[in-house]
Design a binder for this molecule. Structure first.
Ligand SMILES: NC(=O)c1ccc[n+]([C@@H]2O[C@H](COP(=O)([O-])OP(=O)(O)OC[C@H]3O[C@@H](n4cnc5c(N)ncnc54)[C@H](OP(=O)(O)O)[C@@H]3O)[C@@H](O)[C@H]2O)c1
Length: 318
């Protein structure tokens, strides 16, 4: 297949490109930065330099590539986390999920692509009501914290327009929280510095995903699955009180501090309190069933211990 990857130089792109090339796909890899072109070529792709928010340039780049499939992995999340101003932190990512998706969908359709895969996220967007683990059939949060409303709207946009892109087959992959090489350094640094406290009862449920498993799921979605939305997460959604102390220990840090809810709200805002006390995890049953995908890192336990710096489990360690 001829595959166009937008956002190819990011954490997931760098894992995905070699997998695509190894499968014999011919890959055009998009970046805004001419300085990254050499790296993309090393990974076996043909680089193209384009800004994902420039509709005309995107149209031209995709037309030149004549892709059978287009993959959208553009986000802009490097930099310090600021949960109090969540929508501000996600502002460019939200544009990439709305306008960026629209430009790429239009370009893909015009170029005659058959399949379109877009990145979404699962975790805090789930409804914060009922059981601890949600499927794709559960609603998204009808009343998210005020600071997350625009970000949820951007996610809803991707999840609405991509599966409706017929005759193109549109697949949305809702990745869980990434960890692994190039994907979790800032997060782990917060844990090392004890700057990620458990707030309140720590009953928020998180679903994690090793970055290499995000790439293998994306590869699977090129050829499997009906148009729709798929949770791509590991097998073990877990409460903050389970995974955070485990992660601290795995990276040799002291146990996380604890903060009461009122102080957590004051220090980090409502979205942080929600993430620590209320959010729900996600089930990967549909992705397993319909994409034929299995995570190589089925649990963050093994992943945090051995997978923060390596792509695949050592033989015999799985
Ligand atoms: N599910 C999750 O937990 C999740 C999801 C996404 C990211 N993250 C985390 O966020 C952190 C940063 O992510 P990242 O390294 O993937 O980088 P990133 O800065 O989030 O960007 C990803 C890709 O998007 C591209 N991009 C950004 N703005 C663009 C634009 N206007 N037009 C075209 N492309 C654009 C970048 O391309 P250029 O080459 O042009 O810079 C980059 O290759 C990592 O730690 C990652 O793990 C987590």
């Amino acid at each position: 297949m001829r595959v166009f990857v937008a956002g190819a130089a990011g954490a997931i792109g760098q894992q995905l490109l070699p997998l695509l090339v190894a499968q014999g796909h011919q890959v055009t890899a998009a970046t805004r930065s001419p300085a990254k072109a050499g790296r993309l070529r090393e990974l076996g792709a043909e680089p193209t330099v384009v800004d994902g928010l420039d509709a005309i340039a995107v149209g031209e780049a995709v037309a030149r590539a004549e892709p059978d499939a287009v993959i959208h992995q553009m986000t802009s999340l490097a930099g310090d986390a600021d949960l109090r101003h969540f929508d501000r932190m996600f502002a460019v990512t939200n544009q990439l999920r709305t306008q960026g998706t629209d430009h790429l969908l239009a370009a893909a359709a015009a170029a005659g692509a058959r399949r379109f895969i877009a990145q979404s996220y699962t975790g805090w967007p789930n409804i914060r009501d009922g059981g601890p683990v949600k499927t794709e059939d559960d609603p998204l949060d009808p009343n998210p914290p005020a600071a997350q409303r625009e970000s949820l709207a951007a996610i809803e946009h991707v999840e609405r327009v991509v599966p409706a892109a017929a005759p193109m087959q549109g697949i949305v992959l809702r990745y869980g929280s990434f960890y692994g090489p190039g994907a979790s350094d800032a997060f782990v640094d917060l844990v090392r510095k004890r700057r990620l406290p458990i707030i309140g009862d720590g009953a928020g449920v998180w679903s994690f995903l090793h970055i290499h498993d995000a790439a293998t799921a994306t590869l699977a979605a090129l050829e499997h699955g009906q148009p729709g939305v798929y949770n791509v997460v590991d097998d073990e959604p877990a409460r903050v009180t389970e995974w955070l102390p485990f992660l601290a220990q795995a990276v040799g840090a002291k146990p996380p501090r604890r903060l009461p809810v009122w102080l957590g709200r004051l220090a980090a805002g409502e979205a942080a309190v929600s993430a620590m006390t209320q959010i729900r995890g996600s089930s990967n049953a549909r992705a397993k069933r319909e994409l034929g995908w299995r995570p190589a890192w089925p649990s963050w336990r093994q992943g945090f211990s051995h997978g923060l710096a390596s792509a695949e489990p050592a033989r015999g360690a799985a």
